[in-house]
Design a binder for this molecule. Structure first.
Ligand code: CA2
Length: 147
């Protein structure tokens, strides 16, 4: 468990690669998972990769990551709305990198505010699926080595 990264995805990300390719690219969520799996393998880490369209389920996925070495979180629209997701991250004690496929700061004003950022270790956005790979690398680099 301490050598596991949880990559958690929020609403509508199951549709990746099927619509809005100009914003989100052509990769599917399965493609993103494959990239994350390869990145974790290269760092000697196990991967749990999950997606949900439901806020409460995302909170449960965060709670279930307790004891992991890190969370890479794309909370999608809940980034901009959810105190519950923020509280779950703040309370779980797992270093979390907030990621976004798109550059949220180059988009609508309502995407400039994140409830997650204040409780995240850092934020990576705008690099498509590579945002996830960079998030995994950041967590692997900051990992406490076992004694
Ligand atoms: O850029 C990101 O990764 C976002 O987290 C994606 C969210 C958006 O609400 C955030 O502001 C930024 C939206 C995910 C919806 O993904 C879709 C993918 C294909 C088709 C429709 C939606």
């Amino acid at each position: 468990m301490p050598d596991t990264i949880h990559v958690l995805n929020g609403p509508n990300l199951n549709l990746l690669g099927t619509r809005e390719p100009a914003i989100y690219g052509a990769a599917t969520l399965a493609d993103v998972e494959a990239l994350c799996r390869a990145a974790c393998e290269s760092h000697g880490l196990d991967l749990v990769f999950r997606q949900t369209n439901h806020e409460g389920t995302l909170v449960e996925h965060i709670q279930e990551a307790r004891g992991a070495c890190g969370i890479v979180l794309n909370a999608a629209a809940y980034t901009h709305t959810s105190v519950a997701v923020r509280d779950a991250i703040g309370g779980c004690g797992v270093p979390t990198v907030e990621v976004h496929l798109s550059n949220v700061f180059a988009r609508e004003d309502f995407r400039h505010h994140s409830y997650i950022t204040p409780v995240a270790r850092g934020v990576i956005c705008g690099f498509g699926p590579q945002s996830y790979v960079l998030g995994i690398a950041a967590l692997a680099a900051g990992r406490t080595k076992p004694a």
